[in-house]
Design a protein around this ligand. Sequence first.
Ligand code: NAG
Ligand code: NAG
Ligand code: NAG
Length: 325
Amino acid sequence: MLPLTYTKIATIILIVVLAQTLMEVSSLPEYDKISSLPGQPFVNFQQYSGYIAVDDQQQRALFYYFVEAEVDPASKPLVLWLNGGPGCSSVGVGGFIEHGPFAPGENGLLRNDYSWNREANVLYLESPAGVGFSYSSNKSFYNLVTDEITAWDNLVFLQRWFTEFPEYSNNEFFITGESYAGHYVPQLAKLIVETKTKINLKGIAIGNPLLEFNTDFNSTAEFLWSHGLISDSVFGVLNYACSFSQIRRELQINNNLGGVCERVYKLLLNEVSNYIDYYDVTLDVCLSSVGQQAYVLNQLVNDFLVFLTLALRAENKSLKVDVFH
Ligand SMILES: *[C@@H]1O[C@H](CO)[C@@H](O)[C@H](O)[C@H]1NC(C)=O
Ligand SMILES: *[C@@H]1O[C@H](CO)[C@@H](O)[C@H](O)[C@H]1NC(C)=O
Ligand SMILES: *[C@@H]1O[C@H](CO)[C@@H](O)[C@H](O)[C@H]1NC(C)=O
């Protein structure tokens, strides 16, 4: 057997040193690394997902999906994303519909050209336990959870997540979300500040946030009216008889409307119809068959006659009390 030459020895040493350096640099958890999602196109950035326990005794754990920035992740901010609901999956909606790197296509996953990970490392968190893949072994948690508990669980999640991903503890950190995350986002930020937790929190961002039921929704009426989806009469009724905020409040709290608000809401629905997507009123109306369309048009004529009678009376200010009692 030939003795090892100096070059060979040098090469072996170099490989060992390189391997050690690589291991030191990359302490990211290999067990949470996603090699590839089913049907996923090739990408250059890394993805991770897994569970972080937030209560060891009660066995409560939160599920996350983490995508590193496409280019130079170490220098990019870390952005936490929370969907709302309460009960909406941040992985399913934020991660795979709204602004993650992939969206479902006919034959597998497609690249999303507008993915947030073009500019940031994005951490999609399913919160609180019970939402998406996050769970609590003690099921009574699901009935008792409050926004305050959610904020604490999210804080524990972050502390433990940063111990798994220490490389990110110095990156600028932003908390973002939409809808009911109008509660989750500022409450988590407040808790980080109050508990003086060492997190490099730089800012928060909330989109279309729910902040307060009594005031938040009134603008819906003006939006529908200004887009020609409700008549002047129904807009007028919403302004004096039952505001859109009241309607949303009753629907959310009682899961049902009564009295004046029920009548007003029916007027509104008759005009807007089921074929308008409230989240994107400019989308095309798509009816599956001509027969169905004829049926819908017939319904609209009937509803319109009922509405017309009510609306005419509603506009007669001296009669407005009679209309709704
Ligand atoms: C489950 O949670 C409830 C509410 O927090 C608590 O009262 C109960 O003791 C828990 N059950 C167990 C087995 O820990
Ligand atoms: C929303 O409408 C209700 C009822 O008209 C009213 O009391 C409330 O002040 C309105 N809120 C805002 C922000 O305009
Ligand atoms: C409006 O109210 C007056 C009474 O104040 C009544 O005579 C009239 O018929 C009403 N108009 C409609 C359209 O209901």
